[in-house]
Design a protein around this ligand. Structure first.
Ligand code: FHN
Length: 702
């Protein structure tokens, strides 16, 4: 039978490896001009099993404070008004000229008690304040440099006063500390425009000792510190080794202090999570953005400005509304994250009035509804059209908090996807906890509500459930293969309790009289299967549908020449952002390698390889091929493009599927590395073969 084009499909798997944006290192840019970049990643960090994370996970809501001498110009310089805490770098102000702000910094209206009370009354449980930002100015009384608050007219250490106020009002006191330092002569690199500042004699290890000495002061002079929030870790003088060293150093003074992932060098840009395999500290740090979904098993905190600047900018009146902030708080908590909301105080030591007003309004909402935020975990539901959900579990009881943004005009709130009947349902704002009527509509719970919402921004309903959550998740097909050559066993599973899985072959939805699933379904022709969960003859889940297609395998090649173990390789050098057409380039060297090793090469950056030969396929079947690479790669079988993993990215894995007959098939892999780390792995999986690195003894050339 003439073989038809083999069935190819490209799939993108982010299996524990990130598909990060086109830069392997975060570029230092002025956040005033930077837009948050998207990306997608799965952090593999396992939550800290010890209790030291508990207070932080319970807190859910904290205050960020960016305060420094940059508040003196308040965002304005040479007629431009768009600056913030980056003003020295963005406006290219030489050190000597910038020092004028130190001489003018005298926040006579600073009142630590007032600040901390505003944070507490807003429902915030911790404060993270800049002990030192990128400009290198120390907002605390340090003996390591006179470029600090004590050399200003203010001559007081505000951190001592804030630490005392936090202790008094029961908030955790935390420091933000920048690794990047535009002032210290030993920190490199210099700012690109600072042509006149010599780098002669700069010693980064001496800078590391300086930073450690500062951190020792912060961790021994201000009582218990909740979090050390590092930042400015993206320049190429910092690395994972320094990060781990600093993490351990900090912990040596206060073992319970939490440290964010910006201590290391593996943060994925503004998305803020940690690329798999990199050192991630204690939690991830998305910035100015909220992850699209919850991240099971990952601790993370979104930090966000109230307007468009971290440091005070007097012209910036673009403040988020209280409504936006409260709904973002619920959204973040519904995904299992923390919200670190920023205030940029003035040079007089005052919070901007717009911040004060929002904090007070948020506090009013938190006073009534804080229980639905503190100590909650992520929603068990994928998406709710009318709002969000947070939850708590205690023993065999579950409490669901339904954050209703859009109050149903018909007075009926529909919660789909759960079979539990609540023991209690009431409005959190209702002190009498008057029971709300609930009824069942198949897999939906319908809750009758009063005409008017108790809160125009976010009204919280409480459902108290006994026993485990019984969500109406449909069953799942456990096979990864959608195609097969001869036959395919289709396994179906569910994690639901006391349900039957029933299935249909063909287009119709399963009913209570459909076939009962008890063992894998063997198919030999293209087949569509529908499966659904039932309980006492009633459907208790949605239906899952999937087509499994019979395909023709690509015929094997029967070369007329003898085969030898290994692969041919060609090595190239060049600066590419994606895979070039290597056929148009001249290789610098060629030869034989045992498999897809990224040697021999004469440089560690800006190089490429093409590997070609044959793979001896042991049996006719459908195979999934994978490449994991940093940077881009592509894999071809018999000249068909099976995996496309091209582009600039940190280690990321993609895959493709192809049906192959037993025997030799041509294989070709193209790979390039631009800068940063480099890596290439080629794997495959068969219908009866577990996923594995493509065995070396399957590779041949002739
Ligand atoms: O460059 C800093 C910026 O000034 C600010 O401190 C934010 C807050 O997370 N962090 C860096 C930008 O990612």
């Amino acid at each position: 039978m003439k073989s038809r084009l083999p069935f190819l499909c490209f799939c993108m798997f982010a299996i524990g490896i990130n598909i990060a944006m086109a830069q392997s290192k975060l570029k230092s840019q002025d956040p005033d001009s930077r837009s948050a970049k998207s990306g997608s990643s799965v952090q593999t960090g396992i939550p800290d099993p010890s209790s030291r994370m508990d207070w932080w996970r319970d807190a859910r809501f904290g205050m960020f404070i960016h305060w420094g001498v940059y508040a003196v110009p308040a965002g304005e310089w040479n007629g431009k008004k768009e600056y913030g805490e980056w003003i020295r770098n963005s406006a290219e102000i030489p050190l000597e000229e910038y020092d004028q702000f130190r001489q003018k910094f005298n926040p006579v209206k600073f009142d630590a008690d007032a600040w901390v009370k505003m944070a507490r009354d807003a429902g915030m449980k911790y404060i993270v304040i800049t002990s030192k930002h990128h400009d290198g100015f120390c907002m605390f009384d340090t003996k390591q440099t006179d470029f600090n608050i004590m050399s200003t007219p203010f001559k007081r250490d505000p951190m001592i006063e804030l630490a005392a106020a936090c202790k008094k009002y029961g908030l955790k006191f935390c420091f933000y500390h920048s690794i990047m330092d535009w002032h210290h002569p030993d920190y490199l690199p210099r700012r690109t425009w600072e042509k006149d500042r010599t780098t002669e004699g700069a010693d980064f290890n001496r800078y590391m000792a300086y930073m450690k000495a500062e951190l020792k002061e912060l961790l021994t002079n201000y009582g218990d510190i909740g979090v050390l929030w590092f930042d400015g870790e993206w320049e190429n003088t910092w690395n994972e080794k320094y990060g781990k060293e600093l993490y351990n150093y900090v912990k040596s003074f206060q073992p319970n202090v939490l440290v964010n992932n910006r201590v290391g060098a593996g943060r994925l840009d503004m998305e803020g999570l940690t690329k798999s395999g990199a050192f991630g500290g204690d939690f991830g740090t998305p910035e100015q953005q909220i992850p699209a979904t919850g991240l099971p098993g990952v601790d993370w905190e979104t930090c966000m400005t109230m307007n468009d600047h971290w440091g005070y900018n007097k012209a910036d009146k673009n403040f988020k509304s209280t409504k936006e902030i409260i709904r973002m708080l619920a959204d973040i908590a519904s995904k299992g994250g923390n919200y670190l909301l920023n205030v940029g105080p003035t040079a007089e030591g005052l919070f901007p009035q717009e911040s004060i007003d929002r904090l007070a309004a948020i506090g009013k909402w938190m006073k009534v509804n804080g229980e639905s935020i503190y100590g909650t975990q992520a929603s068990p539901f994928k998406e709710l059209s009318w709002g969000r959900c947070t939850r708590k579990t205690a023993g065999d009881r579950t409490i669901l908090y339904l954050h209703v943004f859009d109050w149903p005009s018909a007075g009926k709130l529909v919660l789909s996807g759960m079979m539990n009947t609540p023991e209690k349902a009431y409005l959190l704002a209702d002190l009498q906890r008057m029971p709300l009527k609930t009824e069942r509509d198949n897999d939906a719970l319908v809750i009758s509500l009063p005409k008017d919402a108790p809160d125009p921004i976010n009204s919280v309903l409480v459902l108290e459930l006994k026993g485990k959550l019984d969500l109406t998740e449909p069953p799942v097909f456990t096979t990864e293969f959608d195609t097969f050559v001869d036959s395919l066993p289709i396994a179906i599973t569910t994690n639901r309790e006391n349900v039957e899985v029933r299935f249909n072959i063909g287009p119709t939805e399963p009913s209570a009289s459909s076939a009962l699933y008890s063992k894998p379904i063997g198919i030999k022709t293209t087949t569509t299967i529908n499966a659904r969960c039932f309980r006492q003859g009633l459907p208790v889940s949605g239906t899952i549908t999937r087509e499994f297609r019979k395909v023709d395998p690509v015929r094997a090649q029967y070369p007329d020449r003898v085969m030898y173990p290994g692969l041919r390789y060609s090595y190239y050098e060049g600066a590419w952002d994606s895979l070039p057409d290597f056929n148009k380039l001249t290789p610098l060297q060629e030869g034989i390698v045992p498999d897809f090793i990224v040697t021999p090469r004469s440089q560690d950056e800006r190089f490429g390889f093409v590997y070609s030969g044959f793979v001896l396929i042991p049996e006719t079947s459908v195979y999934i091929f994978y490449t994991g690479s940093d940077d881009g790669s592509r894999l071809y079988i018999d000249d068909f493009p099976v995996v496309n993993n091209d582009g600039l990215h940190s280690m990321a894995e993609k895959s493709g599927t192809i049906a192959l007959a037993k025997g030799y098939h041509r294989i070709r892999v193209a790979y390039f590395e631009q800068t940063g780390s480099d890596n290439l792995v080629v794997l495959l999986k068969g219908q009866t073969l577990p996923k594995q690195v493509l065995p070396q003894n399957w590779l041949f050339f002739n």
